[in-house]
Design a protein around this ligand. Structure first.
Ligand code: ATP
Length: 334
């Protein structure tokens, strides 16, 4: 089976071709990079309008080049249905519907956060892992039970990447801030910041205010970055460990753009080692937003017959992972 995925929930205009026969995932992405400030929804949508046709066209060319015959030999079109920025999602939805109708193939609507989880589960070969999704707009732990991915714990305010980006905007750094914090933290000493975990949930807003204040008070920015990483990632590691303990699972996968951070991966890996659990983090191109993960989950959904009629394919900016009936797993995987 060969399936095209299209992604565009926020900043990455991305298309991919996944071929189940070869396991090859070809991805073409074009990021939106704001000149200043954070992601502006209207500008991001304008970027999608400009960039989606080009990335889809590159993927279709690749499909033709790798096909046995003259046609692109595509069996379905999968797209990110949500969660994400409404103006961006609507452009991606329109592109996916048009392409599916043009090629006369089924349309598959993929939940972006479940795709962050499933790419790790698919690549690791784990049966039923807990997933820590540490992305820009989200931060949560997912575990499978009885036909759905349940949200075991989540942020009570902003997503983890967005929280970090708010701090970096405050100190005048361009978006995205996460990689800059990672670099600066290497030269910093730990600076104490509030640690907020409540059961399985956690909060970043107090830490961000304290980090901004510390920087305004003259604490070296490298020290604040070091404190930010150590505090936020320790919180995520604590709740990930609690989720493993609660579910009795010994497999953890990481998802989302913040998962590109080496210090976060190190802390999670150490925690898993200490409790005898297995840990898997996908390579960076599958952690940040990308259409490869949409195509891979789309293929599994298509194989399970989980397709969307065009008339019922509206996007959902608030699409939660626990709203998705999981049609593509065997029952014994519960
Ligand atoms: P979502 O997947 O929830 O829609 P998103 O669209 O913002 O979120 P992602 O690509 O998952 O996108 O993550 C982007 C975030 O990852 C940004 O906030 C960015 O600062 C952060 N990030 C990228 N690289 C790093 C890094 N090395 N360390 C920490 N954070 C990082």
């Amino acid at each position: 089976m060969r399936i095209v995925g299209i992604e565009g929930t926020a900043w990455a205009a991305s298309a991919a071709l996944f071929d189940t026969a070869t396991d090859e995932v070809f991805i073409e992405s074009d990021p939106y990079e704001p000149d200043s400030g954070g992601i502006h929804p209207r500008e991001a949508a304008e970027h999608m309008g400009d960039a989606i046709p080009a990335v889809v066209s590159t993927v279709l060319d690749h499909a033709v080049e790798t096909a046995e015959g003259d046609s692109p030999e595509i069996d379905g079109v999968a797209f990110s249905r949500g969660p994400g920025l409404g103006p961006c999602l609507r452009i991606v939805g329109t592109a996916a519907r048009s392409l599916a109708q043009t090629l006369d193939v089924p349309l598959v609507g993929v939940n972006h956060m479940v795709a962050h989880l499933e790419i790790g589960r698919y690549q690791s070969g784990f049966d039923s892992p807990v997933c820590l999704n540490a992305s820009g707009a989200n931060a949560h732990l997912l575990g499978y039970h009885n036909g759905r991915y349940r949200v075991l714990g989540e942020t009570m305010d902003t997503g983890v990447g967005n929280a970090i980006d708010k701090f970096t905007r405050h100190v005048g750094w361009t978006h995205p801030g996460g990689p800059k914090v990672e670099r600066a933290a290497k030269d910093g000493e730990y600076h104490d910041l509030p640690y907020v975990v409540k059961g399985m949930d956690f909060s970043f807003s107090g830490i961000m205010s304290a980090a901004k204040q510390a920087s305004d008070d003259g604490v070296p920015v490298e020290d604040v970055c070091c404190g930010l990483q150590e505090t936020i990632f320790a919180m995520l590691t604590e709740v990930a460990e609690r989720a493993l303990s609660l579910t009795g699972t010994d497999e953890l996968v990481l998802g989302g753009g913040v998962g590109q951070n080496a210090r976060l991966r190190e802390m999670l890996s150490e925690m898993c080692d200490q409790r005898g659990a297995d840990f898997y983090a996908p390579e960076p191109r599958f952690l940040r937003d990308n259409a490869g993960m949409i195509a891979v989950l789309g293929a599994r959904m298509l194989a399970a017959g989980d397709v969307l009629p065009i008339s019922d394919s509206a996007v959902n900016p608030n699409y939660r992972p626990d709203q998705v009936p999981v049609t593509w797993r065997d029952d014994e995987e519960s």
